[in-house]
Design a protein around this ligand. Structure first.
Ligand code: ME8
Length: 516
């Protein structure tokens, strides 16, 4: 078994239905998880829903439902979406899970034992939408129109709460950021967090008494934990914490918390401070991805541009959306989505360039070689040059994915695809069929090798279509070692290599009528 690799998404608030931003985050994490599995790592991949807090309680009330019943129903939309998008999670955690209560209460107790929790009265501004406390100096607007830095309304709250000595961790956090430059990525987010922490940290209110929808604070009747304390702890729950002998304990510390840019502060300030207090090792990296915008605009219910990912899946298919998300958006930055952009990108690259390359090569073999694997034929320098170009492209994808440069990785991969298309046009196997069948065999054999390497490399992004191509090629070793295996000539599969007329793995998309 390879080295453990633990990757998490944020756990999503199921106070409304999932939107495309949630799908985007899950897909990005899934591609990294699949890539690391392919690279031989022993992966634990966790996603799920964040079900406590005032926002959930209020949303349930608005629907006239018990909070738990509402949470059950809404959480299922998220797990259904995860399955629909082929998210290969190992656990879909819900913060109402029993073991999560145990983990949250254990970390709380560890913070008590460190002397970092004390009871006092909290008076200040709270945004239910963000489930976050803000300092007066962070707000904009006046009177009842005050807004948080995220543009959400805030309300004055005054209650007795437990406080966490966050102020004590200012210097240890700054030391952490200095010692571990990869703790917060990308750099722009790291700079934001460092400026925030350098500005000074106030102690944090970490319990609430005005409602009861949360994890009870041990030994303090009437208090439930501030939703972010239990939410962040989900990452530990997945490893079996506090049981250090649990089967998943080897996955802590997490390798990567993948989250959106709006919640970096919680993950890069509060979370490491809680962990330092509880004397638990820190995660290796927090990556704050950008936002997906609808035609360049923020999605919001009032603008009416919230996109239902399931409807998109119906319209375009899963591989196409996965490819679009990762190819179009430079990972870490914001990106824009529109049906036109999806159709254009997917048709140009996935359908026309790669899909068509595989389709025309394989159907030519099915038709003209009766589906048998091409003989070695008569080699030419051009064959070696092509294989080298494809090897370089796949290696560049691998290096880029390892570094979370996902769109650059796919861009590099496309260079391999374009090289194949150029090769097929120059070599023109259809003309060689009559004039030089020996050479035709070499060309087709070279193409099969190249397509196989390209399909393996892109498997994490488009698992269904790439697997279809590999199945057609009789390649059962869909392992990463195969990417590096540029000398592959399937002596072992030649006998069983029988290509039927292939169906297109990456069909062309049409712009749906309602948006055309
Ligand atoms: O923040 N594009 O939940 P959430 C891309 N429960 N990503 C987006 C996005 C968009 N338009 N909108 C939101 C929460 N996200 C907490 C997290 S973790 C211990 C608790 C991302 O449902 C967002 O940045 O509001 C976050 O990473 C995730 O979706 C869930 O957001």
């Amino acid at each position: 078994m390879g080295d453990p690799f633990y990757i998490t998404t944020a756990i999503h608030y199921p106070n409304g239905r999932p939107h495309i931003g949630h799908a985007y985050e899950m897909v990005a994490a899934d591609v990294i998880a699949r890539f690391q599995r392919q690279a031989g790592r022993d992966v634990l991949f966790q996603t799920g829903t964040d079900e406590h807090g005032l926002k959930m309680a209020q949303a349930a009330r608005a629907r006239g439902l018990e909070t738990r019943a509402f949470a059950d129903e809404m959480s299922s939309h998220f797990s259904e979406m995860a399955d629909r998008f082929h998210i290969s999670y190992d656990r879909f955690i819900r913060t109402v899970d029993t073991d999560h209560y145990a983990a949250s209460q254990a970390i709380w107790q560890a913070m008590v034992d460190s002397g970092d929790l004390y009871l006092d009265r909290y008076e200040g501004w709270y945004s239910v939408r963000d489930e976050a406390f803000y300092d007066e100096k962070e707000l904009t607007g006046e009177g009842d129109d005050r807004l948080s830095p995220q543009g959400t309304p805030v309300e004055w709250t005054a209650e007795e709460t437990w406080f966490f000595r966050l102020s004590k961790y200012q210097q240890p956090l700054l030391d952490l950021y200095a010692a571990e430059p990869d703790f917060i990525r990308p750099d722009s987010r790291r700079n934001e967090v460092m400026r925030f922490v350098e500005g000074g940290l106030s102690d944090l209110s970490v319990s609430r008494t005005s409602f009861d929808w949360g994890v009870p604070v041990p030994g303090s009747p009437g208090h439930v934990m501030y939703v972010w304390v239990d939410a962040l702890t989900n990452y530990l729950t997945g490893t079996g914490y506090p049981d250090t002998g649990a089967p998943n304990a080897r996955f802590w510390p997490a390798d990567l918390h993948l989250i959106g840019k709006d919640i970096v502060r919680f993950h890069a300030v509060y979370w490491p401070a809680f962990l330092m207090s509880a004397k638990i090792p820190l995660p290796k990296s927090v990556f704050g991805h950008g936002f997906l915008l609808s035609r360049g605009e923020k999605m919001s219910k009032s603008v009416g541009n919230v996109v239902d990912p399931m409807a998109l899946a119906d319209a375009f298919g899963i591989d196409a959306l996965r490819y679009f998300f990762l190819r179009e958006v430079s990972f870490g930055q914001d990106g824009s989505y529109s049906p036109e952009a999806i159709v254009t990108r997917v048709n140009a690259e996935l359908a026309n360039a790669f899909g068509n390359l595989a389709q025309r090569t394989l159907s030519f073999i099915a038709k003209n070689l009766e589906g048998a694997f091409p003989d070695p034929g008569r080699r030419d320098d051009a064959d070696a040059v092509l294989i080298e170009e494809v090897v370089v492209a796949c290696a560049a994808l691998k290096a880029a994915f390892g570094d979370l440069s996902l769109s650059q990785g796919i861009e590099a991969w496309m260079r391999g695809v374009y090289a194949c298309n150029q090769y097929i046009d120059v070599q023109a196997p259809w003309s060689l069929r009559k004039t030089d069948p020996e050479r035709m065999h070499a060309v087709l054999g070279t193409l099969v090798r190249a397509i196989r390497m390209l399909a393996i490399a892109i498997l994490p992004v488009v698992p269904t279509g790439a697997a279809t191509i590999l199945d057609l090629l009789g390649a059962d070793a869909r392992d990463h070692a195969a990417i590096d295996d540029d000398g592959w000539y399937p002596a072992q599969v030649v006998s069983c290599f029988r290509l039927a007329a292939p169906t297109p793995a990456f069909p062309r998309l049409e712009l749906p009528a309602e948006v055309a």
